[in-house]
Design a protein around this ligand. Structure first.
Ligand code: C2E
Ligand code: CA
Ligand code: CA
Length: 710
């Protein structure tokens, strides 16, 4: 900024004196104003700001002294430096009067121009510095005001503290958030604002100051903690803190933000991520987390915990028959009951579907867990009122305890699951503790599963064949039955592995291999004239295979590959398998029948099928279960069932095979009751293909076997 020219007021009643002064001061390049009386001088100083006044003492009217002393009464003019210029004697009295009236200097006429010039210069220089200083002060004031507004407006709370951690200032936001006034907050310790009941604060005062002594900058950035309000309520904040200098001997600043809303949103997200939306119970994720933490605690205190796995009995049926709405309501009602059965500190979670997990994080002995399981089962006895329907469901519970049932989460869950499946297997609606035997079985199962995978890859399975004899004594076909040529155990029968093969889904691959072997073998025997052209080979198809989309395609492919006419292949599907999902069975079996493949319903009499379904299913043959055949000659009830079944089948236009025929008495009874085909040890055990081939040849069946007419 360019400074204005300094202004000097020249006061004298005589124009020639004024002129002389003007001439003397010319080199200063100052702005010179004249006044020819004390009065005029006064009116000038009120109008403009002068850097200096050169004042004549003796003037008519108001003299110089008077004019100056009047000037000293006004704020605006009292500080203007005045140099008296006078002709009166240098007597001390006058000099004193002049200084009293506010002169800064005193010059006598005649004035030596050099002296005047240098004195004035000094005063102008002083004035210049004064103006600059004033400007600086103004600027500072403005900046301070600006800073204050900024501090007032920002939404962060800001607190400054001294080197002892005592608060000396806080902005309005800080005061509002803390519910305090400045006097209340000032003089208190910054760290007293922390709510210490909770976890340790992220930093202690000593650490904060120490960090500085070690030479590094005293700074803490974006830490979360709780602050106390005046009324002792708390609120979460994110704060930063730093010393004014590298070492906090000048104090520091603490800034913080209220993060109540952010925390709420975060908590809500966590809650949603950990909750099952249907039942509001903790979900699988939280269950795992809770188990992990509980386990850690029990490892630390050498304690015990229990894990209960609960699976509702027949939930699928409720869903299928009454609809998902009722199913959902049932799950909610069950959840509420489960929650009621537990003590505080226990956790029940919905793990998915109709499966629930209960964690008892502290137990004294395993009986505690048994008691909870009992309580749960007891609570399940009461019917659930779901809108207009009333339902009672059972549950199967498996219990495991730490450390007996496993060392880690995975093992514990597995052992609880094993116990739960065991409970399902032993009649449902009960609970079972995990036991060593179970564990051994699980281990054996694991080993078996691994072996089965290898067996499939290495084609260790082979097919044996059991002949089916028509009522007239002809060979009508054979059933393919799987045998496992185990590398060390020798021949293993399906009862030892078929369940696991089903459970693991490996049965899909096994089924394919069996189909390939059976179809190829039948085709070979037909081609070689060992059996009649219409001889059928029967292959067993399991639940899992039936539900697999690929079944029809696989059968089609194998038939094409082996060139076996479709009517020479029969699939045997147990009654239970078909009833598992009748609608689906109808669809798949219809496709198979359209291919020309024959269909038999196996183990009939054990699967509770209804007559309606039986007439809808595209069947050719019904196989009476060997249990009833076994009772022939011994149990009249069984005999009646066999008779009734044969009649029923014939009325539905189905042929009947009796399996498990072991005695001639049974054979005669069955033939007398018009069974079409017979199969059993009485005729032949299942045999390897080469043995059976020899057997067929030896039997010398009447020429070519024919399918008998009913
Ligand atoms: P299944 O389909 O009911 O087969 C008949 C079972 O009864 C066979 O047992 C057979 O050896 C046996 N059997 C035949 N005649 C008599 C008899 O007179 N008395 C007695 N006590 N038993 C007789 P196997 O071969 O041990 O097969 C058992 C079960 O394993 C089969 O029952 C079938 O459900 C399943 N299975 C066998 N092979 C396969 C297969 O390739 N695939 C599938 N999915 N399951 C198979
Ligand atoms: Ca069968
Ligand atoms: Ca059977």
């Amino acid at each position: 900024m360019e400074h204005q020219r300094p202004k000097i007021l020249l006061v004298d009643d005589r124009p020639e004196n004024l002129f002389a002064l003007e001439q003397t001061l010319k080199p200063l390049n100052a702005s010179l104003t004249r006044a020819i009386s004390g009065e005029e001088a006064l009116s000038q100083v009120l109008r403009q700001q002068f850097a200096l006044i050169l004042m004549d003492v003796q003037m008519p009217g108001m003299d110089g002294f008077e004019a100056v002393s009047l000037m000293r009464d006004y704020d605006d003019t009292k500080n203007v430096p005045v140099i008296f210029v006078t002709a009166i004697s240098k007597e001390r009295q006058f000099v004193e009067q002049a200084y009293e009236s506010g002169a800064v200097d005193y010059l006598f006429k005649p004035i030596a121009p050099g002296v005047l010039l240098s004195k004035v210069k000094v005063f102008l220089e002083l004035e210049k510095q004064r103006i600059e200083l004033e400007e600086a002060v103004q600027k500072n004031k403005k900046m301070a005001a600006h800073n204050e507004t900024v501090l007032d407006c920002i939404t962060e709370g800001i607190i400054s503290f001294n080197s002892q951690g005592i608060i000396d200032w806080a902005n309005p936001t800080a005061l509002r958030l803390l519910g305090m006034t400045l006097p209340q907050v000032a003089k208190s310790k910054l760290f007293d604002l922390f709510h210490l009941d909770q976890k340790q604060p992220p930093i202690q005062w000593d650490d904060f100051t120490q960090t500085n002594e070690s030479g590094s900058h005293a700074q803490i950035r974006n830490c979360d903690y709780l602050l106390k309000r005046q009324d002792c309520t708390t609120f979460p904040v994110e704060f930063s803190m730093s010393g004014f200098t590298e070492h906090i001997q000048d104090g520091g600043v603490f800034s913080f933000q209220d993060i109540t809303e952010r925390k709420w949103a975060e908590d809500e997200l966590i809650r949603l991520a950990q909750e099952d939306s249907l039942t509001q119970l903790p979900n699988r994720a939280l269950f795992h987390e809770f188990l992990r933490v509980s386990l850690q605690e029990r490892v630390r205190d050498n304690g015990n915990l229990a894990l209960l796995m609960l699976d509702m009995d027949d939930f699928k049926r409720v869903n299928d028959t009454l609809g998902h709405d009722v199913g959902d309501k049932l799950l909610q009602s069950v959840s509420a009951r489960l929650a009621e059965c537990l003590r505080q500190g226990d956790l029940v979670a919905r793990l998915g579907g109709d499966e629930f997990g209960i964690i008892l994080p502290v137990i004294r002995k395993s009986d505690d867990a048994g008691r909870v399981a009992n309580k749960v089962l007891e609570s399940f006895k009461k019917p659930h009122q779901l809108g207009s329907c009333t339902l009672t469901v059972g549950a199967s519970i498996g219990i495991t305890t730490f450390p007996e049932g496993g060392k880690d989460i995975k093992e514990l869950i597995k052992s609880a699951d094993t116990a739960m499946y065991h409970a399902k297997g032993t009649g449902r609606n009960n609970f079972q503790f995990f036991s060593r035997e179970m564990q051994e079985r699980v281990l054996a199962k694991d080993t078996l599963e691994k072996e089965l995978i290898i067996a499939l890859k290495e084609r260790q399975f082979e097919s044996h064949y059991q002949p089916k004899i028509a009522s007239n004594g002809d060979l009508t076909g054979y059933e393919a039955l799987v045998r496992w040529q185990h590398p060390t155990r020798g021949m293993v029968f399906p009862d030892d592995f078929i369940e696991l093969v089903e459970e693991t889904g490996l049965v899909v691959e096994l089924g394919k291999q069996m189909l390939e072997m059976a179809c190829a073998q039948n085709k070979k025997w037909i081609d070689e004239g060992i059996v009649a052209e219409n001889t059928t080979v029967a292959v067993n198809v399991s639940v899992r295979q039936l539900s697999e989309k690929s079944l029809v395609k696989t059968i089609q492919d194998v038939l094409a590959q082996t060139n076996l006419p479709p009517e020479c292949l029969e699939v045997e599907i147990t009654e239970y398998t078909m009833m598992n999902d009748v609608e689906h069975a109808i669809v798949v079996l219809t496709q198979l029948r359209d291919l020309g493949v024959k269909i038999a319903i196996d183990d009939f009499g054990t699967g509770y099928s209804s007559l309606t379904y039986l007439s809808k299913l595209p069947l050719n043959t019904l196989k009476v279960d060997q249990y009833f055949v076994n009772g022939i000659g011994e149990d009249p009830g069984d005999e009646s069932i066999v008779k009734a079944t044969i009649n029923l089948a014939h009325s539905l236009n189905l042929q009947v095979t009796a399996e498990g025929v072991e005695t001639d008495e049974q054979r005669q009874f069955l033939i007398a009751n018009k069974v079409n085909y017979l199969q059993g040890y009485f005729f032949s055990r299942p045999q390897s293909s080469s043995n059976l081939e020899q057997w067929i040849v030896e039997q010398n069946f009447s020429n070519i076997p024919q399918t008998p007419v009913i």
